[in-house]
Design a protein around this ligand. Structure first.
Ligand SMILES: [Zn+2]
Length: 92
């Protein structure tokens, strides 16, 4: 089964679930019974909420070219460790 999108001139878009390969180029609108034409769209991208898509894009971009920060975001003071081994770590 697959979800196919159709658009009625009067009522707008609606989805129909049909077996794969059986969707025609047009169907009857469930609201008005008029002719609705099939809409071809990219599966999964159209219905992804904008905030989620932006978060995924940001995560993928960060994996390739992570943002470099020079200070702690938010302006909080940096807590320095008092452990002697940490004193030998490089500072920036
Ligand atoms: Zn309609």
């Amino acid at each position: 089964m697959a979800t196919y999108e159709y658009r009625c001139q009067r009522d707008g878009s609606f989805d129909t679930i049909l077996p794969i390969g059986t969707a025609g180029m047009s169907t009857h609108c469930p609201s008005c019974g008029g002719r609705a034409v099939r809409v071809f769209s990219t599966p999964g991208l159209v219905r992804t909420p904008t905030a989620l898509r932006q978060a995924v894009d940001r995560a993928e971009r960060s994996a390739e070219t992570p943002d470099v920060v020079s200070r702690v975001p938010g302006g909080r003071p940096v807590r320095r460790s008092r452990h002697p081994a940490h004193a030998r770590l490089p500072r920036w």
